[in-house]
Design a protein around this ligand. Structure first.
Ligand code: NAD
Ligand code: MG
Length: 401
């Protein structure tokens, strides 16, 4: 049996510990002997954060929404837990860059995770990147920040992790040199819950239906993104930036069983794919232990007990958000940030304000069409694009609900 120890003792800051990726990460922390938690962070769920602090005894806990701060502080004291409570978004940057920290798991959802992800890159950490929106928004900026500061960027997103596993090993993490013999990469997509739903039913899709993913259990925003296939659009952009690839060398295929997590096509005709049961503990364990491997209790894949594996071309008419992602990857500049911001606002309105499912794609497309794409040479330019896109998306949504 392989050890449940990392090569070196490590201290982890887990940003977004109360979420789906956060909980899967903690499930592994329970199994790995020499991985210690430095900080756990949450937006609102103080009760869950308290339970995590009692179990994992981190040095710090960060609560971004301070309305439950007093309750949490008192509850920590009462339980005898020594964890120090920090409040507000600035504290995220602090725990992401603290000198004691070796690894940062960036698992906050959306643009809210951007600043702390950048802080971890700037501080040269081993950066386990789940927060795809941060990379979609800042692209080359985040990649060069990581490179210049000696950060090791490792992809948690299962598709990108699969590709990384199919590339030649490179001690510095993801690097362009790994692509010398690569023709193209293929991202697989489950197609979400509405892969075969009649199009005339799309207008009446509810948040509950959209969040019921057939294979993966995830947070609500990424679940809706999977239902619209915006998730694959964002992942398309993520892949271009992460691997330094032109959009022409990235493809998407539908694979409803989510067993083959992605593929790399080599120049000699070889195709390497990574397979595993659809469980995020697998890519998380890979990034925690990389370049080693560790033993985990993630479910083992039995191909003989598996339904037949299917593959098909994606239908861009059915899933216009995927097409928008591909267009934004082609345009580069501020286009990905505009699309991401519009989508975050539209998904929030679909989940909580009665916006139609179909309107998510319409709002995204209108924002992309109305706001010109600029070269994204600074964070300020990207943040301005993000702000403009959110404003316009909100205006467009107001007219529809
Ligand atoms: P989730 O909604 O379950 O959890 C999100 C976490 O972020 C929570 O801990 C929440 O408290 C925190 N958070 C939310 N808003 C915040 C804010 N404004 N400020 C500070 N913290 C905030 O989401 P998830 O499914 O765990 O996804 C997290 C990230 O990982 C996303 O970017 C998602 O795209 C990516 N991802 C998730 C999966 C998956 O299987 N869940 C797979 C691949 C990639
Ligand atoms: Mg994914």
């Amino acid at each position: 049996m392989l050890p449940r120890r990392l090569q070196q003792d490590a201290m982890l800051s887990l940003l977004g510990s109360t979420g789906s990726i956060g909980e899967s990460t903690l499930a592994l922390v329970r199994e790995v002997e020499n991985l210690t938690v430095f900080a756990l962070t949450a937006n609102t769920n103080a009760a869950k954060l308290l339970a995590q602090c009692i179990e994992f005894a981190p040095h710090y806990a960060v609560l971004c929404d301070d309305s439950e701060a007093e309750w949490l502080r008192a509850a920590l004291r009462e339980s005898g837990c020594k964890t120090e409570l920090l409040l507000g978004v600035d504290a995220l940057d602090q725990v992401a860059s603290a000198p004691e920290v070796d690894m940062v798991m960036a698992a906050i959802v959306g643009a809210a995770g951007l600043s702390s992800t950048l802080a971890a890159a700037k501080a040269g950490k081993r950066l386990l990147l789940a927060n795809k929106e941060a990379l979609v928004m800042t692209g080359d900026l985040l990649m060069s920040l990581a490179r210049e500061n000696g950060a090791t960027l490792l992809p948690i997103d299962s598709e990108h992790n699969a590709i990384f596993q199919c590339l030649p090993t490179n001690v510095e993490g993801v690097s362009e040199a790994q692509f010398t013999f690569v023709e193209k990469i293929v991202l697989t997509a489950s197609g979400g819950p509405f892969l075969r739903t009649p199009l005339e039913e799309f207008a009446s899709i509810t948040p509950e239906q959209a969040c019921a993913h057939p294979v993966w259990s995830m947070g609500s925003k990424i679940s809706v993104d999977s239902a619209t296939m915006m998730n694959k659009g964002l992942e398309f952009i993520e892949a271009c930036f992460l691997f330094g690839l032109d959009h022409k060398r990235v493809e998407v295929i539908i694979h409803p069983q989510s067993i083959v997590h992605s593929l790399v096509h080599y120049a000699d005709g070889s195709v390497l794919a990574q397979m595993a049961s659809p469980d995020m503990r697998v890519p998380i364990a890979h990034c925690l232990a990389w370049p080693d491997r560790i033993q985990t209790s993630a479910p083992r894949l039995d191909l003989t007990a598996q339904k037949p594996l299917e593959f098909a071309q994606p239908d861009l008419q059915r899933f216009p958000c995927l097409a928008l992602g591909m267009e934004a990857a082609k345009a580069r500049g501020t286009a990905p940030a505009l699309l991401n911001a519009a989508n975050e606002v539209a998904v929030e309105a679909f989940l909580h304000a009665g916006l139609d499912f179909l309107a998510i794609a319409e709002v995204n497309a209108e924002v992309m069409a109305q706001i010109p794409c600029e070269t994204a040479t600074s964070l300020a330019i990207i943040q301005t694009a993000d702000f403009k896109a959110r404003k316009l998306a909100n205006e467009l949504i107001k007219k529809r609900i």
